[in-house]
Design a protein around this ligand. Sequence first.
Ligand code: ATP
Ligand code: MG
Length: 723
Amino acid sequence: MSQHPLLDGLNDKQQQAVSNDDSHLLVLAGAGSGKTRVLVHRIAWLIQQRQFSPYSILAVTFTNKAAAEMRGRVERLLGSNVRSMWIGTFHGLAHRLLRAHYMDVGLPQNFQIIDSDDQQRLIKRLIKSLNLDDKRWPAKQSQWYINGKKDEGLRPQHIDTYDPTEQTLKQIYQLYQESCDRAGLVDFAELLLRAHELLRDNRTVREHYQRRFRHLLVDEFQDTNSIQYAWVRLLAGEQNSVTIVGDDDQSIYGWRGARVENIQQFLDDFAGAKTIRLEQNYRSTAAILNAANAVIANNSDRLGKELWTDGDDGEPIALYAAFNEMEEARYIVSQIMAWQEQGNAYQDAAILYRSNAQSRVLEEALLHQRIPYRIYGGLRFFERQEIKDALAYLRLLANRDDDAAIERVINTPSRGIGNRTMDMIRQTARDRQLSLWDAANLMVSEAMLSGRAKNAVASFIELATRLDDHTIDFSLGRIADEMIKQSGLLAMYEAEKGEKAETRVENLKELVSACENFNLDDTEQEQMTPLAAFLAHAALEAGEEQADEYQDAVQLMTLHSAKGLEFPLVFMAGVEEGLFPSQQSMDEPGRLAEERRLCYVGMTRAMQKLVLTYAEQRRIYGQEHFHTVSRFVREMPADSVYEVRAQATPTKTESYGRFHHSVSHETFEQTGFSLGQRVRHQKFGEGTVLNYEGSGPQSRIQINFDNVGSKWLVVAYARLEPA
Ligand code: ATP
Ligand code: MG
């Protein structure tokens, strides 16, 4: 039977999902079963076979990167562009709605998005202005409260409470919201909430979009929160079709308000919805898949799915017990080097970890071997200090009332505006209900500041005004270039010493190139200046785009940000009790179950090889911890995991096996010592072996001496003896 080319390379169930008619559809299936692939093919099918215009399709993905990839894949399938299709994250789409209808939602045209860092600073300031003790009222707590309420769709006036603590939080929320509204600032949760209110309360707008979007498709549906789900319902209206794909076992954002119950809710709310289950996994070897299935089987309350593969068994999962986190990192790096020497690309290897703080040691080990790497999340380009400084200047050019931006750069680089002066400006702003910018201007013109302070503030005002006037006809790239020079930012970082400062200078220059290369997406141009569009892009895409996008590089990311991705070789670092599962989750069954799902997500990213590593001793925020291997590892079938011994001596070489035979262990064996071993040195006394590097006469060994601390010694001369 000849079939439509868009159905080629899909199994029966997948074909059914792709070619489903206009009824609502849930595709519920485990990791790697082709859910995202089905979504891509379904979009192409709707356009090509069903003749829907791309204009009438709305697709939601979990990251901007995933959105760009999906658009590209649809375009390749169709051989034509689908620019008029809306595709993006909930936040990105909300932003787009708000830009188009800023007046309807009472925002200024040049409203700015603030990230969670800015949000926290702002809240901190407000807490102070209320004369509350910031130890009793940490900004973080209020931030959680505010965002949580927004995610539930609640404004301060909707909150009725007799609880004194909550009354104060509500007051902070209220004040925070007023400040944001006055300054034209919108936080992430606000994007969703405002867009929801727009659709809910403005019938004309709602009906316009309901008529427009005939098909709504949502990937990773298990991680939608209440307000996102409410959005989908509003846009669907009575007549549009909704396709959602998801996996309850991969719900990992419960801590941020995601509701896996939305899957069941969907079946209740959308009459006649069909459910299709995909059961074949195309991603991972049988060894990986079986182990992942065994781990997740320990959770209860699952919707229940089968997952099988007809692929090879593949190699068993490797488990490596490291002495400490440095040694763990070095082991991982040695494996990556061996893998690359076999002709593989760095970018096909990923290192996943539970907590961002783990990345630094891994980065150091990679740097040490000069292996290029890229980080998703964490040290993200648009989140780096110098970039945020520069962006704050740009934001100020776009909107003088952006208090968060002023706070950040009014005295960066230092221009003699001290805390006292700032406090006075803040006070004036509060008393007269002005933005910081207006307050500063007022204080200068009415001579409300002492001579030196006045000059300093006046020079800042003059700088911003001059920059703006001076660059009015410039391209975005030149605006950025002028800004980093005239503000003194570049000079400030150039004057700093060290590698870090050098990187900062490079990053600032990289920002100028990013501005130069910034392309206004045709469809989004609507009412934005290039500067405003770039700032929105920076705020929304923080971290998903990196400076060195095209280089072949090892990929580092948290387990959370690995969702939806796949890599031939995956390392999961730090699989230890107390880190993964995290200490806090151990006493709460709900959180433990979420950690387990996170483990399932991590394992199922691996296509060919999965390597688990843990450190028996780890420094976390300056404190040594001693950990045992994660319970999740113990939940894997014994025959699917292969233990690599760290504390091996030369006689045990044969127990390594093929893949696990690490280069560095061999060289280490030549020293005759093993990690963690106690040794004695004539001069330094007794110590513990921490590390080693090099081979032959050059090989060096690191010992942590009880009395004199850690030292690197050349093995050939050290004359060490076992203690
Ligand atoms: P996750 O739950 O991790 O998001 P997923 O269900 O979205 O996974 P995909 O990423 O769509 O899965 O697919 C996993 C891999 O399997 C991809 O490399 C995809 O190209 C491949 N794949 C999916 N379906 C088929 C098929 N019918 N034949 C061959 N390969 C397939
Ligand atoms: Mg997917």
